[in-house]
Design a protein around this ligand. Structure first.
Ligand SMILES: C[S@@+](CC[C@H](N)C(=O)[O-])C[C@H]1O[C@@H](n2cnc3c(N)ncnc32)[C@H](O)[C@@H]1O
Length: 171
């Protein structure tokens, strides 16, 4: 059984090309909540940097913690100015004094339940399970999707909603 958390790297290039990014308003909402522009952002599960780029665009230094080497390679290629630690968040050693701001974009459910804040991982479910299907079933699924897309002239609109959850440690 392939490890589920590693299925992203198998398609890192496609992930970077196809997956939707995040609106700039999201960054504004996070910094408004924090009450200032953070001096650094740490992002576990950064993937190919879809959310990272929105924060990096504000000139804020970002440290990404991404365990999949293929995802990390694409991330470094897309955002050379960003620091990338290629390891699980659980194994990452934070700087002394902690970090000012932690963001996590559709990756919270990948982190170890016993060490991340208690949160039901079933609340989030990204669309990676199809990558674990047996090859023939996956090929049939993709052919079916291609058929539907072709029948609609090759383009299918997707309505995306981004839910933002914010929290801070009690003083
Ligand atoms: C659904 S992707 C989200 C990527 C990116 N944040 C985005 O929004 O496009 C989840 C990412 O979490 C990473 N991941 C899985 N387990 C992890 C762990 N224990 N620590 C840090 N990242 C992890 C995966 O390698 C993958 O890149």
């Amino acid at each position: 059984m392939r490890e589920r958390a590693r299925v992203f790297g198998e398609v890192a290039g496609d992930y970077a090309d196809v997956r939707a990014g995040y609106a700039d308003e999201l960054v504004t909402a996070v910094f408004d909540y924090l009450g200032r522009v953070s001096e650094r952002v740490v992002e576990p599960g950064a993937g190919t940097g879809k959310a990272t780029e929105a924060f990096a665009a504000r000139g804020v230094p970002v440290t990404c913690v991404e365990p999949d080497p293929a995802m990390a390679r694409v991330l470094r290629g897309r955002l050379p100015g960003v620091e990338v630690a290629v390891c699980r968040f659980e194994d990452w050693v934070p700087p002394a004094g902690g970090v000012p701001l932690l963001i996590c974009a559709q990756a919270w459910h990948w982190l170890d339940e016993s060490t991340r804040l208690a949160r039901d991982m079933r609340l989030l479910s990204t669309f990676s399970l199809h990558r674990l299907l047996a090859e023939d079933r996956r090929a049939r699924l993709y052919a079916g999707i291609a058929e539907v897309v072709d029948a609609r002239g090759g383009v299918v609109g997707v309505r995306l909603h981004t839910a933002l959850g914010l929290g801070r440690r009690r003083p």
